[in-house]
Design a protein around this ligand. Sequence first.
Ligand SMILES: Cc1ncc(COP(=O)(O)O)c(C=O)c1O
Length: 393
Amino acid sequence: MTEVASRVVAASGAFKPVADFYFRSRYADRRFAEGIADFTFGNPHEMPLAGLVTSLRERAVPGDQNWFAYKTSEEEPAAFVAERLSAELGLAFETEDIALTPGAFVALSVAMRLVLEPGDEAIFSEPAWFCYEPMLELAGAVAKKVILTAGSFDLDLAAIEAAITPKTRMVIVNTPHNPTGRIYDADSLGALAGLLERASARNNRRIFLVSDEPYRRLRFEGRDFVSPAAIYPWTMISYSYGKVLLAPGQRLGYLAVSPLMPRADREALRDACFPTQMALGWTFPNALMQYAIPDLEGLSIDIAALTRRRDTLMATLSEAGYEVLAPEGTFYLFSRWPSGGANDPWNALADRDVFVMPGSILNAPDYFRISLTASDAMVEKSLPAFREVAQSG
Ligand SMILES: Cc1ncc(COP(=O)(O)O)c(C=O)c1O
């Protein structure tokens, strides 16, 4: 028995493998040690973007007495985001379609609270970002997990279709995808839209799609990106500036309702954003981040540097016998452990002060994830370690 609410117990249980890794592991003990190569989480290992620092400095100086007054999703920055997002995705967003949030986390949480009744089911595909499930648990919903297609990590549409029940209310698609770096193309998204349309008709209840796109601007070789919001009208986008700026501690993002959504539904959702964000605990970005949006919009971490690290690591890993998937976007590299290498390769790497995210906490125990936000020095240091671990079987 515990005094803690059962939803919290469930959320905590779903997050336990990650919490254990983050707080109580060899990695937790060593994370700030000098000289380690840290490829675990998408955290910065170099100084922040100069443009971000300048903007925050300048925007911290109050322009009037309301500078730090309560902020909602303020009209001026929301209008700015609507205009830029319209140009980026080729869709006509209105200011009211944008609910500014402290990152994609809150955007997802708002989306869940907007449409999920207790006991409703939300489908997502694994391996997946590890917070969907605890967030659904806390919202009183049920996580229904399906597996991405083996090897390619494409959406398995037949598996999604088979997981749909009369209780299905939401499907979450993450593109570009953490951890695999896959970007789903218009054909597979179109097929998904078709099946969601048919299932919604069969259920006589709309299934919403949440397109979780925090890595949308981080794409290799300038690859195309199509948002599900341009394909399935009942889509809400969750976005974060935390990835493209590599500053996830400065919380900023939004939930955007697809302009293709029929007017009545679109207005119902966007009108419900304010009370949802208020009741979730005034979950609006802080004043400073809202003022900074126009300065931040054009900034990005160095994609050429990510590409260089990706290529260096991929070359070494492939040569050493790892099966590496070439990421199309995100700042991650997803790889299978080499067969015939060390029988506990995560610890064998950790013995060499190289820390990666074990696939076991992503429900993909044969794999591991490398965050390319590590420094070039960390990449250099890791190369012999990766080779040795592949050869030490
Ligand atoms: C797929 C995915 N969605 C959402 C988030 C949350 O992003 P933020 O912390 O910037 O809100 C993350 C962060 O790792 C993520 O990987």
